[in-house]
Design a protein around this ligand. Structure first.
Ligand code: GLV
Length: 320
């Protein structure tokens, strides 16, 4: 009998075809998110699953799924998975590192430019039929070229963001848990500084850290107060890295100038105050969403599941 697997959300056809060569596949191609109860019910008789970041894999679920041997996330971030609980129960968990770095860095820049140049605000105004002609002071924005870019989190994605800053003639500062190699710093023309200095000096601060207990509310009211009043904050990392309520206040009070956000606390129910603010560009968690990148991510998760259940050695194990 083939192992039984669940695919928790809609995926591309080639992903299902790959899985069907090895497994009996149950898939949720209707794409309605499964709640915790439904997920546990559907996983109770499965050997493995391809999951997404809206599926929470925790001890309570694992306790109800005794056959489960592998959960393969279609995401590089894995804060939806209790890694310790998986380890304790011998469940392999995997993620999708590497394949989404460039697309995510591209989107970071989309947010930087749209936020600094007030693109979505101006477009909404134009679409509302309010444009009566050119004006000298219309939608005055912030220069990106020549500005100081602060990168918090200098992993693969942070480095891809830094590479793109060269064309904009920027000063690049970064902070990371560990300082990166001198050769990388040199090739990126990036200087390591303390978090305090990064906050104080960045004109544009981008967050590219994973979400862990250590990065929870890494940017809250005290950190926002340290930033410049003309600074722009970009979050493509995870909701929870920023204290959203503190950010709303900072944007209202002019503590910082603007923000470009792809992720939120409590997605998809972001704070309604964000919708009222003009100085924020809002995207629905799509930084990695290009056709080719999302196909590669989903296929990578499927390949991890095949390897996990056939050889016990998935290439992107996070529970090793
Ligand atoms: C997306 O948010 C990811 O972690 O891949």
């Amino acid at each position: 009998m083939k192992p039984r697997v669940l695919v928790t959300r809609e995926v591309f056809d080639e992903v299902l075809e790959c899985l069907a060569r090895h497994f009996d596949v149950e898939s949720n191609q209707d794409d309605v998110p499964l709640g915790a109860e439904e997920l546990a019910r559907r996983l109770a008789d499965k050997d493995g699953a391809v999951i997404t970041l809206s599926d929470r894999i925790d001890e309570a679920l694992l306790a109800r799924c005794p056959r489960l041997k592998a959960v393969c996330n279609i995401a590089v971030g894995y804060n939806n998975i209790d890694v310790a609980a998986c380890r304790a129960r011998g469940v392999m968990a995997t993620n999708t590192p590497g394949v989404l770095d460039e697309a995510t860095a591209d989107f970071t820049w989309a947010l930087i430019l749209a936020t600094a140049r007030r693109l979505t605000e101006a477009e909404a105004w134009l679409r509302a039929g309010r444009w009566e002609g050119w004006k000298l002071k219309q939608f005055l924005g912030h220069d990106v070229h020549g500005a100081t870019l602060g990168i918090l989190g200098m992993g693969r994605i942070g480095q891809a963001v830094a590479r793109r800053a060269r064309g904009f003639d920027m000063t690049v500062l970064y902070h990371n848990r560990r300082r990166v190699d001198a050769a990388i710093e040199q090739s990126l023309n990036a200087r390591y500084v303390s978090l305090d200095e990064l906050l104080a000096r960045a004109d544009i601060l981008t967050l590219n850290v994973p979400y862990t207990p250590e990065t929870h509310h890494l940017i809250g009211a005290p950190q926002l107060r340290r930033m410049k009043p003309n600074a722009i904050l970009i979050n493509v990392a995870r909701g929870g890295v920023v204290d959203d309520r503190a950010l709303v206040e900072a944007l209202k009070q002019g503590t910082i100038a603007a923000a470009g956000l792809d992720v939120y606390e409590n997605e998809p129910k972001l704070l309604p105050e964000f919708l009222e603010l003009k100085n924020v560009v809002l995207a629905p968690h799509i930084a990695s969403s290009t056709e080719s990148t999302r196909r590669r991510m989903a296929m990578m998760a499927a390949e991890n599941l095949v390897a996990a259940l056939t050889t016990g050695k998935p290439p992107n194990l996070i529970t090793g």
